[in-house]
Design a protein around this ligand. Structure first.
Ligand code: C2O
Ligand code: CU
Ligand code: CU
Length: 475
């Protein structure tokens, strides 16, 4: 079978390919070939990793292009740690422009040497990130990617990104332990990304929609078995409206950790920055089933055919096949779904309620800009000040014509209502989709970690065009 995945090519390509090959056997309880990324795990409570951020020629299915990568791997290595572990990451910037690393979804300090997204890692520089995952950290499928304003969207579109899994209580639930685990790192690519500047207003999408750096990889399930898919939308703009033929999803975790019970869903929408974990029961007749990305309109019709939007291609109007699930192996005694997961903590009523209005507009001297409460991002301005030991409700109101996934760093939140209607199954999130014309109310506990960080639209082109604000957390 011809494998369609990114292969690093260059004078030193041998090293890169070898790395890729050893990596494939390292997946802990994964026997299929779909997890192309090598895994770096903590040992004796320490996760030590070197991440070399570089560019190089990658070939994909006979086409090649210059892409950006961590350790010459696309996606970057999967990092894994547990609550209480220390993480030490030596990041070396071998790009010709500055960068840094953000740990999206980890509840850690936003200050140096942890998740400091204002840090500039200059070309040639090495910086050591070091932090401890709090003892009470939730189990989660998080990810890492560059976060230096002005470079974020391009560097992510160019290929940078990797999974960061925190293994904890959710992973200890017996039914979940028995499930076969697979990571699904969703990222689209454009081999000519450096020339693709058009379409930033809409949010750029590449024509190669990959899962773990591969086109249409296969996952296996045994009849009677359970499959746990841990999905990350690491695309800068592409939405995934996922459906697996003949198989419902049982949602067990959203961005901020486990749900309280598995929630049956026939499809699942993941906007950029969102993650989800689902269980799938191998209870259909043997055969192959496609994991589909169904059409989804993320922009109002009024915006279409508008010259300013650039070319509209591949933007959510066709069904794509992302991966294939195949029954294989012996039939086993059917595994059951867990009944209980992690009880959801009830948050107190908020002390403060704030509003954040999302829209875009012409700003004199700046052109078309994406705005929060009428203002574009300004690195010198603190937009929101909060105090520790408080709970706040934020009402995010999208008054524009495009959907915006709203993301907050450092702290997770619960979505309490949408358009004034209480949400039934509350879960922990750090990124929430606010469709055009709608509003979403989130409840955020601020308990630990002081310092400055950001909230923004996770369509990273919109973040670059101004849709970001600074939050200062103080005691
Ligand atoms: Cu994944 Cu501020 O982002
Ligand atoms: Cu983030
Ligand atoms: Cu947006």
């Amino acid at each position: 079978m011809q494998r369609r995945q990114f292969l690093f090519l260059s004078a030193s390509s041998l090293g890169g390919v070898l790395l890729a090959q050893c990596g494939m056997n390292q997946g802990s309880n994964s026997s299929s070939s779909s997890n192309a990324a090598p895994v770096l795990k903590s040992e004796n409570r320490l996760l030590e990793a070197d991440l070399n951020i570089g560019s190089g020629t990658f070939s994909f299915n006979g086409h090649s292009g210059n892409l950006l990568s961590y350790n010459q791997q696309i996606p970057g290595p999967r990092l894994e740690a547990s609550p209480g572990d220390t993480v030490r990451i030596r990041a070396t910037n071998r790009l010709s422009q500055p960068t840094n690393i953000h740990y999206h979804g980890l509840h850690i300090s936003p200050q140096e040497p942890a998740d400091h997204i204002f840090l500039q890692l200059s070309p040639g520089e090495t910086y050591t990130y070091e932090f401890t995952i709090p003892e009470n950290h939730h189990s989660t499928t998080a990810f890492y990617h560059p976060h230096l304003h002005g470079y974020v969207a391009d560097q992510c579109f160019g290929g940078l990104g990797g999974t960061f899994a925190v293994r904890g209580k959710l992973d200890e639930i017996p039914e979940i332990k028995q499930a076969q685990e697979e990571f699904v790192f969703l990222k689209d690519f454009d081999l000519n990304w450096q020339k693709t500047k058009k379409g930033m207003m809409l949010g750029r999408e590449g024509s190669l929609a990959t899962v773990n750096g591969q086109m249409d990889p296969s996952f296996s399930i045994s009849k009677g078995g359970l499959l746990r898919l841990r999905m990350v939308n690491a695309s800068i703009s592409r939405f995934y409206r996922l459906q697996l033929e003949n198989h419902p999803f049982y949602l067990i975790a959203t961005d901020g950790g486990a749900t309280s019970v598995p929630i049956e869903q026939s499809e699942l929408l993941l906007s950029p920055g969102e993650r989800a974990e689902v269980l799938i029961q191998g209870n259909q007749s043997s055969g192959s089933y496609r994991l589909l990305n169904l059409p989804y309109e993320r922009v109002g019709m009024g915006m279409m055919g508008n010259g300013m939007m650039g070319e509209r291609k591949n933007q959510g109007n066709e069904t794509e096949t992302l991966a294939t699930l195949t029954y294989s192996g012996e039939e086993i005694e059917p595994l059951s779904l867990p009944k209980q997961l992690i009880p959801l903590e009830e948050l107190p009523e908020p002390k403060t309620v704030r509003q954040f209005k999302l829209n875009h507009g012409m700003v004199p001297g700046q052109g078309m800009t994406f705005l929060i409460n009428g203002q574009a991002y300004d690195s010198q301005r603190t937009d929101t000040r909060v105090f520790l030991d408080t709970v706040e409700d934020w009402e995010i109101i999208n008054t524009g014509m495009m959907d915006h996934p709203f993301h907050l760093h450092t702290n997770r939140f619960q979505v309490v209502s949408r358009n004034g209607q209480a949400v039934e199954n509350r879960t922990w999130k750090d990124t929430v989709l606010v469709p055009r014309g709608e509003s979403v109310r989130i409840r955020i506990p601020f308990r630990d970690f002081v310092g400055k960080t950001v909230y923004h639209c996770h369509i990273l082109d919109h973040e670059e065009l101004g849709m970001m604000g600074i939050i200062a957390m103080q005691s």
